[in-house]
Design a protein around this ligand. Structure first.
Ligand code: ADP
Length: 279
């Protein structure tokens, strides 16, 4: 079944053509890497899929989970429901720094930030337990009561993924989730995303620069250049020549030389039947 179906999507900002006639289908349960140089249109595409960019031109359509996201220049009546099924993880983590990590994860239940301070009182003990399990799932149960602002970048990104687990999304869109992380934290985040995709059949679209991670964790890659799809196929078929064309002289920096050829298996540390965790 199709999770995301886009036809003839174009988007301009003034004279700048950010997306140029994009058409693609992503099936449920796929794990897809979105690659391309800065400014190639990755974020704009992701923002359209999750309904943060509104106003489709001409023949453009975006269907998510079988329903149109937009119609008549605005979000469709079903969009609110669809958006609940889409978890988004941004490069900048977008956690509320003054709240505890647990509160941030619990906010996945609401899809919005409440105006008042006492967040924990809003949730049932079942929801709190699910949030703690989600933190265990991404390997950071011990930071539940810390302020989000005190976490490292990798931990914040894990907490952001835990929030989408609580949200019980069918689709997870991650916009450069590893861009500001060191290689070891980046690898952990990719392992967690790959495991979430594999174990829960959550459709994942991950934009990134490091092509080696795309090859290693995502069976399919879509490459953008100047707002157009220039490659869409098995990640193993991405050639170095394509990378040079995509990234120019800097392409060598985007291939990590010291990475093993197989992804490390996430370590399961909980008993069978419990939520698995990642060390
Ligand atoms: P990427 O995520 O691949 O770096 P973006 O989707 O952020 O690329 O940007 C694609 C192009 O659209 C860039 O040229 C960028 O400057 C432009 N762009 C994106 N968002 C805006 C905006 N809100 N206003 C003006 N230009 C924008």
């Amino acid at each position: 079944m199709t999770a995301i179906s886009i036809r003839n999507l174009s988007k301009s900002f003034g004279k700048k053509r950010a997306l140029d006639n994009i058409s693609l289908d992503i099936q449920r349960g796929e794990m897809v890497a979105l690659i391309g140089a800065s400014g190639s249109g990755k974020s704009t595409l992701i923002r359209h899929i999750c309904g943060l960019e509104i106003g489709l031109a001409g023949e453009s359509t975006i269907d998510v989970l079988g329903s149109p996201m937009q119609g008549g220049g605005r979000l469709s009546a079903k969009a609110r429901e669809i958006r609940r099924n889409i978890g988004v993880v941004f490069q900048q983590f977008n956690l509320v720094g003054r709240l505890s990590v647990l509160s941030n994860v619990l906010l996945g239940n609401l899809g919005r930030i409440p105006a008042w301070r006492g967040t924990l009182g809003l949730f049932t003990s079942k929801e709190k337990l699910a949030a703690r399990e989600a933190l265990a799932r991404v390997g950071i149960p011990e930071v539940a009561w810390q302020r989000a602002s005190t976490l490292s970048g990798g931990q914040q990104q894990r907490a952001a993924i835990a929030r989408t687990l609580v949200q019980r999304s069918n689709i997870l869109l991650a916009d450069e989730p590893i861009a500001s992380l060191d290689p070891s934290s980046a690898r952990r985040i990719m392992e967690i995303l790959a495991a979430v995709n594999r174990d829960e059949q959550i459709t994942c679209v991950v934009s990134l620069h490091q092509v080696e991670y795309a090859r290693r964790y995502c069976p399919r890659t879509i490459a953008l250049r100047d707002g157009r799809i220039v490659f869409d196929g098995p990640s193993s078929e991405l050639t170095n020549q394509m990378l040079v064309e995509l990234y120019g002289a800097s392409s060598e920096e985007l291939i990590l030389p010291d990475t093993p050829s197989q992804p490390a298996k996430p370590k399961r540390v909980t008993k069978p039947g419990r939520v698995p965790a990642f060390a």
